[in-house]
Design a protein around this ligand. Structure first.
Ligand code: ATP
Ligand code: MG
Length: 165
């Protein structure tokens, strides 16, 4: 962890850390609207290629329903599995009293079981669901904590590793 941080600090000005179970996230001191996420996985030798393809695709299509990615790459530390990082736009949590409670079931049903989108869904949710269905990669961990809002209130997927699970 110490060596990883040192390596990252050669390239980025790491700010406040954010709690995360499957990797490490930090704010960036000089870029308050950006977040960096780093993950490590040695279970799949081709993961680096898959990451490159996925992130390259996401940068290219710049979907309004996925967090915007600015840059990505890998870090190799001797005797350790490779680390993958991406710098993305900073998003905001969905307010608890908003759509969050029921959103999960609807998202799940529609995305994984091809049910129709209920008419009472807001435009924001409808557009989000249609857009994420159109992506070339399937998202495998769809739940409300993996969705955040941009400054205009638009729903966007985070946790991009979930496209590769
Ligand atoms: N682009 C972002 N902007 C702001 N906060 C973010 C962003 N991406 C992730 N986060 C914060 O980091 C947390 C963990 O992110 P993420 O879902 O990518 O990791 P995770 O491995 O699923 O961790 P966890 O299981 O703890 O949610 C999110 O719940 C959110 O609070
Ligand atoms: Mg998550």
């Amino acid at each position: 962890m110490r060596v990883l941080k040192e390596e990252l600090q050669k390239r980025f000005k790491l700010g406040r850390p954010i709690r995360c179970r499957s990797g490490w996230l930090w704010h960036l001191k000089n870029k308050p609207n950006r977040i960096i996420k780093v993950t490590q996985d040695d279970s799949d030798a081709k993961l680096g290629d898959k990451f490159d393809k996925l992130l390259g695709y996401l940068v290219e299509i710049n979907s309004s329903s996925v967090v915007k990615v600015y840059e990505f790459g890998s870090i190799k530390i001797e005797n350790e599995a490779p680390y993958y990082y991406h710098v993305m736009e900073r998003l905001f949590p969905i307010p608890k009293n908003k759509d969050e409670i029921w959103i999960q079931d609807i998202l799940f049903e529609y995305y994984y079981h091809r049910k129709s989108i209920p008419v009472f869904c807001t435009k924001n949710i409808q557009e989000f669901l249609i857009k994420i269905k159109q992506l070339k990669f399937k998202y495998n961990d769809l739940h409300s904590r993996n969705i955040m809002l941009d400054r205009c209130g638009k729903m966007k997927l985070i946790d991009l590793e979930s496209f590769l699970k």
